[in-house]
Design a binder for this molecule. Structure first.
Ligand SMILES: Nc1ncnc2c1ncn2[C@@H]1O[C@H](COP(=O)(O)OP(=O)(O)OP(=O)(O)O)[C@@H](O)[C@H]1O
Ligand SMILES: [Mg+2]
Length: 210
């Protein structure tokens, strides 16, 4: 192949990947604006009410796959968060767990309080994740994005939005996982209204090294 032809191909490749990144950036920004600035209204939320609501919408998919979906959260557990964002956070994490758990598996949502925060754990007995996948979960990746698209799976932006929403509410997210055994996603939210202003307008950083 002539050098000019190779250069042309490289240019094309570069353009299509930067286009894709720009689109993702735009999408995340859109979601942030839609959910964040306009209607960000955190309130005191009873966690079990929300979890039960979400379980109602997901229980059918879970039962088709004979997955036992349940929670062990005490009735009086509450968090201070934006309701819409909280639904989106939990829905994303739990539906990921359903997607990656084989028939007969179990998904357990539990919560405990620590230092003025609630730590929620979503534990599954699914396929788990390799270290490589874990490292890239919360930053947009060109490679994984195009690969999952090809396999007709999700767009790979669920957890990016989840992380953005949690940060807006003064929370954090992390994961523990063993390949072949399962995963636990943990996130925190304040119990009471924080005294300082939470949420930031920082953009989500793209890891362009991938
Ligand atoms: N509970 C889980 N068990 C195993 N792998 C998981 C789990 N949750 C997420 N993953 C992995 O992390 C990847 C990214 O998840 P994310 O929710 O960001 O995107 P997605 O589910 O692929 O697509 P989308 O949420 O945009 O539909 C998944 O494709 C999957 O490989
Ligand atoms: Mg997802």
């Amino acid at each position: 192949m002539k050098p000019e032809a190779v250069q042309e191909m490289l240019d094309l490749l570069y353009k299509s990947s930067t286009d894709e990144l720009a689109m993702l950036d735009y999408l995340v920004e859109w979601a942030r604006i839609k959910y964040a600035s306009d209607s960000f209204s955190p309130t005191q939320i009873k966690l079990t009410e929300y979890i039960n609501k979400i379980f109602e919408t997901l229980t059918e998919t879970a039962s088709i796959n004979t997955i036992n979906l349940h929670h062990e959260i005490e009735e009086n557990t509450s968090v201070f968060a934006d309701g819409k964002m909280l639904i989106s956070i939990i829905q994303n994490i739990v539906s990921n767990a359903i997607k990656h758990t084989e028939k007969g598996g179990t998904i357990t949502v539990s919560a405990k309080s620590k230092n003025g925060k609630i730590i929620v754990q979503v534990k599954d007995t699914g396929i788990g994740m390799s270290k490589e996948i874990i490292e890239k979960l919360f930053t947009p990746q060109m490679k994984t994005l195009s690969e999952t698209r090809k396999k007709n799976k999700g767009a790979g932006i669920g957890l990016l939005l989840v992380k953005g929403f949690l940060e807006k509410n003064g929370g954090e997210i992390w994961v523990e996982s063993i390949e072949g055994e399962g995963s636990s996603f943990y996130f925190t939210l304040p119990i009471e209204k924080p005294l300082y202003k939470i949420g930031s307008s920082d953009g989500i950083m793209f890891d362009e090294s991938a």
